[in-house]
Write a protein that binds this ligand. Sequence first.
Ligand code: ZN
Ligand code: ZN
Length: 405
Amino acid sequence: MIRVNGRDYRLAHQPTVVVCVDGCEPDYIAQSVAHGHTPWLKEVLATGTVLIADCVIPSFTNPNNLSIVTGVPPSVHGICGNFLFDTESGTEVMMNDPKWLRAPTLLAALSNAGQSVAVITAKDKLRKLLGHDMKGICFSAEKADEATLDENGIDHVVEAVGMPVPSVYSAQLSEFVFAAGVELMSHERRPDVMYLSTTDYVQHKHAPGTDGADAFYRMLDHYLGKLDAMGCVIALTADHGMNAKTQMDGTPDVVYLQDVLDRWIGAGVARVILPITDPYVVHHGALGSFATVYLPAGADHTDLARRIGALRGIDSVRSRKEAAAFFELPPDRIGDLIVVAERSTVIGTAASRHDLSALDAPLRSHGGISEQRVPLIVNRRLRDIDPARRWRNFDAFDLALNHVE
Ligand code: ZN
Ligand code: ZN
């Protein structure tokens, strides 16, 4: 047994794979199963353990991947978005660096306990955080051709997988993750524990049940079926769901909150931060359903919260203190107000700062409470499971390590 962030875990005694399918709203699985594309998933739904879990808010990629590998919410591990506003320097800084991580990962703890651990991510932005202090294999599909024994614990990845390095904006980037996972597991010295994390490029473009989505899940089903056939325990969950965020004419339904606040209290007086912002904005235009607002000294927080909450498309506005408690966020890394949009609405800063020309499909995005429901599926019938309790995506390792016979 090892104890990590207050939770106990058994060491893996059979190969164990936790998969984070980026943007996997549960309906993607339902539709692909109903359309007959995913025989492995269909079988698992009948014979394994199938739960609906809540992800952490903001329903973004980094906070949730870090929750899954630490077993705790952002209030403990510290990663509450892709971006952080550093009030001291007055600048927005990326939170990709492990220096922002406040808790050890289970992956590091397992590797330090002598287990062989492998981590494969689609985008490189997550790699350093997930691999922090970990011994073993850790690389991204995006930079698979740059992997070295020294830095990543593995080299010649592209030759071994037999697939060229895919574009960062492609379904193949996620396929590379699965194919590499199968390749690692097919060796005699296979990992005890493997964590696979994909990208939501497909989910941002394709709604559940459409050809593009079904093809993605058919691909996923193929590779996970192979891992299952090798005897792996597989726990599948997601970092967040995904919803259409459009008006009736198909254009994005955006509340430009910086523009609103500039009108109310003066240009640039308040600062709206969108923690979805990252270097890969083509598929979502940096628009999500979550924002945090820094207000100047002397501003009437209560009145502004009430006025923002009354805007069309806004679901809720909470103070820093309320949001930190309700969403389990680190209070020192969020603004004075936390604003969450409704299911079909996203929050922007200023209209002039969002380049939507690259959006080649009606906007689908995430970030809000409306994208909190995710699948939590294990390919084994588990013991001591209460389906009525509130499960979290960051219970995935607990299920896979502690509850499998
Ligand atoms: Zn994501
Ligand atoms: Zn996304």
